[in-house]
Design a protein around this ligand. Sequence first.
Ligand SMILES: Cc1cc2nc3c(=O)[nH]c(=O)nc-3n(C[C@H](O)[C@H](O)[C@H](O)COP(=O)(O)OP(=O)(O)OC[C@H]3O[C@@H](n4cnc5c(N)ncnc54)[C@H](O)[C@@H]3O)c2cc1C
Length: 446
Amino acid sequence: MLMDADTTHDLEPAVKTIGARLADAMPGARHTPRAAVERRVMGAMVADPELRAAVFRFVDVRPACADPADLARHLGELLAEAQDSPLARRGAALAGGALTRRPLAHAAAAGVRQMAQRFIIGADARAALPGVEKLWRSGAATTIDLLGEATVTEEEADSYAARCEAALLVLHEASQRWDRRPLLEADGAGPIPRVNLSVKVSALTPLLRALAPERGIAGAEPRLRRLLRVARDTGAHLHVDMESFDTREAITELTLRLLGEPEFADGPSAGIVLQAYLTESPEHLDRLLDWAREHPRAHPLTIRLVKGAYWDHETVEAVQHGWPSPVFSERRACDRNFEALSRRIIDARGIRAAIASHNLRSIAHAAAYADARGRDVEFQVLRGLGDDTLAALLAAGRRTRCYAPVGDLVAGMAYLVRRLLENTSNDSFLRAQAEGVDLTTLLEAP
Ligand SMILES: Cc1cc2nc3c(=O)[nH]c(=O)nc-3n(C[C@H](O)[C@H](O)[C@H](O)COP(=O)(O)OP(=O)(O)OC[C@H]3O[C@@H](n4cnc5c(N)ncnc54)[C@H](O)[C@@H]3O)c2cc1C
């Protein structure tokens, strides 16, 4: 062992070297015209909050527009509302012109659809196969996420569970034909399944509520149990995503309760998520590691470490209710915690470590630490948002998985809005990188 988990200053030269190499290996979007246009749109949205709001509203109403005339009318109205934005004013003038109205609406609709397609790998599991297989050939594993609207009825929960089950079967059948990829198919803890599905407990029951966690657990339990059985029987990995803080206890309890049953001791491979923006995440990790020690499994529990996707929601909720916020209020504190948790997860026995981030500093830190300790680690990125990061990680020969959403246009638009919000938020690494902040600053210890 080269160092203790607490003495990390020795790690900095390796972090900087790995980070610089990854940055060098990023293809950048500048080479394809379509990507260059997207980058310009993204840049304009970052710089212009009014335009940003108009685009979000347009993405929102886009699936509901009946015909091109309807689309043109909505676009014109939304742009006209953004009075302080010069770009939006120019767009509103075009949207008002008899000759320019329709072409502009068409172009805007096509642009939004193209952007959504960048994030989404297919309308359903079968349509996703070419994309999944292309990634596999390029050396990347995937985890499929079936997008859907909020689940408010038992029928919707059944339908989501059925789509998950169908996806497992479709992927299982197709994966038999894939070429071997030794890096993606085994690590020091044993075989890694080719097929990997991420599921949301809130989609498996309409009853997941903070005030009645046991009702949510009871509602989702039969559907999650069935998915675990299908995953076990087809040799797939099932990953339970983490959602807003008020559901964390129910999601954790349900997942660990089921995985702790003798029925699932030999499989499937499964995982859970730890959110580093939660101030009490170190204690939550204690709980997960204690559980893993007490429940040895044929496939060790995978812990996917993320920062957390609900920062604004958690902050607003806490203010509204007058209770203390569960999340760090400072980005650097969150990043420091992410690094401390990365080291603990990478060091832990009886679990698998997955580091999910697009932040080069956070990734380079985990890679340097895993290298120094001689431990396995998997990196994970989101399709569309983390494409450059994925390319760099693959070039560096790192085990990497791409989180790939599957869904139709309506679900795709809702997902696109969430990702655009993330990409254009003040406190995002990707935004700082896109704005040209220098590499030394980007790789500074938090
Ligand atoms: C493969 C994959 C799977 C994921 N699965 C999940 C999941 O199951 N559940 C989930 O919640 N998220 C999930 N996420 C999203 C993730 O939590 C982050 O939102 C996203 O990855 C951005 O973090 P980053 O490290 O890439 O970027 P960075 O730019 O380094 O960090 C941005 C993040 O910092 C945090 N942050 C922002 N502002 C502040 C502030 N002022 N103070 C403190 N913290 C702040 C937020 O969490 C924000 O998302 C996943 C991400 C990936 C890549």
